[in-house]
Design a protein around this ligand. Structure first.
Ligand code: PGA
Length: 249
């Protein structure tokens, strides 16, 4: 059985006062049946991990460098995230792929760095609207999965998040059939590469405009083990009902 995961990506949002949202989440979901992960901006990592105190909310980074140290101005290593209290890191988010030109190869290198530091890699992939409309969604996500997730992936060190680029921050959500098609495809791809036991242990999250109002139906979809949530993870009042929908699924 895969443990369900509700992950929040705060992106470049959140100053000190936002830590109060974490405190609320921690109190509300003390005995949650799912794992909860919040990825705040790096400036809040240490304070966020102190605020949640490890339980039940885990803290993660939003990116890391592939190297463990060196002359990389402005970057952070996986080890640094770990020291600041992170247990996971989001890698290959479409905003990083677009804004920072990250390739599948870069994402794979970062994933290995995350593993070496004991972080869970939340590896993101997803098609653009153009790719969906041209009918190449499965080809694109299949290529991203194969090239971004290194050999050695398993359910302990990796989570895969399917995030259609056109659904992120837009309020547009794929149909449940479209989500199921991609998630079932990803599971099949994982199975042919890693074997059934490992493939069955890797959680597949859906991300892109998940809200309290659509969470339950998304969580009832085949091979959806949770969500990676952007905008609706910023406030406990929005994220809590999503967590509750996942708990009930
Ligand atoms: P959104 O973002 O929930 O605001 O659409 C999702 C994400 O980018 O992870």
């Amino acid at each position: 059985m895969r443990q369900k995961l509700a992950a929040g990506n705060w992106k470049m949002n959140g100053m000190g006062p936002a830590l109060a949202e974490l405190e609320t989440l921690t109190k509300t979901h003390k005995k949650s049946a799912c794992e909860i992960l919040i990825c705040p901006p790096a400036t809040l990592l240490s304070r966020a991990s102190e605020a949640v105190n490890g339980n039940p909310v885990a803290i993660g980074g939003q990116d890391c460098h592939a190297n463990s140290s060196g002359a990389h101005t402005g970057d952070l290593s996986a080890e640094m995230l770990r020291e600041a209290g992170a247990t996971a890191v989001i890698l290959g988010h479409s905003e990083r792929r677009a804004d920072h030109g990250e390739s599948n190869k870069t994402v794979a290198a970062k994933t290995m760095a995350a593993w070496e530091s004991g972080l869970i890699a939340v590896v993101c992939l997803g098609e653009t609207l153009e790719e969906r409309e041209s009918g190449s969604t499965l080809k694109i996500v299949g290529t991203q999965l194969a090239a971004s997730l290194p050999d050695g992936a398993n359910g302990v060190n990796s989570v895969v998040a399917y995030e259609p680029v056109w659904a992120i921050g837009t309020g547009k959500v794929p149909t449940l059939e479209q989500i199921a098609e991609v998630h079932n495809f990803l599971r099949t791809e994982l199975t042919s590469r890693f074997g059934e036991e490992i493939a069955d242990s890797i959680r597949l999250l859906y991300g892109g405009s998940v809200k309290p109002g659509n969470a339950a139906e998304i969580f009832a979809t085949s091979n959806v083990d949770g969500a990676l949530v952007g905008g609706a993870s910023l406030k406990a009042a929005d994220f809590s009902p999503i967590i509750q929908a996942l708990e009930a699924s």
